[in-house]
Design a protein. Structure first.
Length: 185
């Protein structure tokens, strides 16, 4: 997947369509506009319209009380969000069309409380792995033991000197080792 070139329409349909549909249904952990600014969200919406698959999200949905609460809670975790964004942006695939949007959306998704694929609104974890393979191929390759993506990202932050997940000297010695790897259901 990392060497295959996706068209812009393929990226939209494979990754962004399920994320936007889940957002529309209130099934994601996102603040207003998927965490993007209104202009970035409008550009994404325009790309859907140009691809013949317009988004039908009522602008008032962006201002729901739950999304506003999530926006307020992000303020308390701003440093964490910035560290996640920096990590993701350092590993972007420059050939991808929506690489900056992917970094932003994944950063905000990591602030949710469920598995990352669920907080993003993806239908299953393999789709999240495909997303990482395309947008962040170096991170995808580093996750060679199939660690769950949110844990993997926080482990990367820990290894950079952050105080996130690395509580044991090595994963094999950690008491929750089995929870970090393998399929998510």
């Amino acid at each position: 997947m990392t060497t295959a070139a996706y068209s812009q329409a393929q990226e939209l349909m494979q990754f962004w369509r399920p994320i936007c549909q889940s957002y529309q249904q209130g099934l994601t952990a996102f603040p207003p506009w998927l965490g993007l600014d209104a202009i970035g969200f409008q550009a994404l919406s325009d790309d859907f319209a140009n691809a013949g698959a317009p988004l039908s999200i009522d602008p008032a949905q962006h201002q729901s009380p739950v999304r506003q609460l999530r926006k307020d809670l992000v303020v308390m975790r701003e440093q964490e969000l910035q560290e996640l964004l920096q990590l993701l942006q350092q590993h972007i695939n420059p050939q991808a069309h929506y690489q900056q949007l992917a970094a932003t959306v994944i950063g905000y998704g990591c602030l949710g409380s469920q598995h990352l694929w669920k907080d993003l609104g993806l239908p299953e974890r393999p789709r999240l792995s495909q997303l990482f393979a395309w947008y962040f191929p170096a991170l995808f390759q580093r996750n060679d033991r199939n660690m769950r993506w949110k844990r993997f990202l926080y482990k990367q932050l820990c290894e950079r000197g952050g105080d996130y997940v690395c509580r044991a000297p090595s994963c094999e010695q950690c008491s929750t080792y089995a929870e970090c790897f393998g399929p998510e259901s």
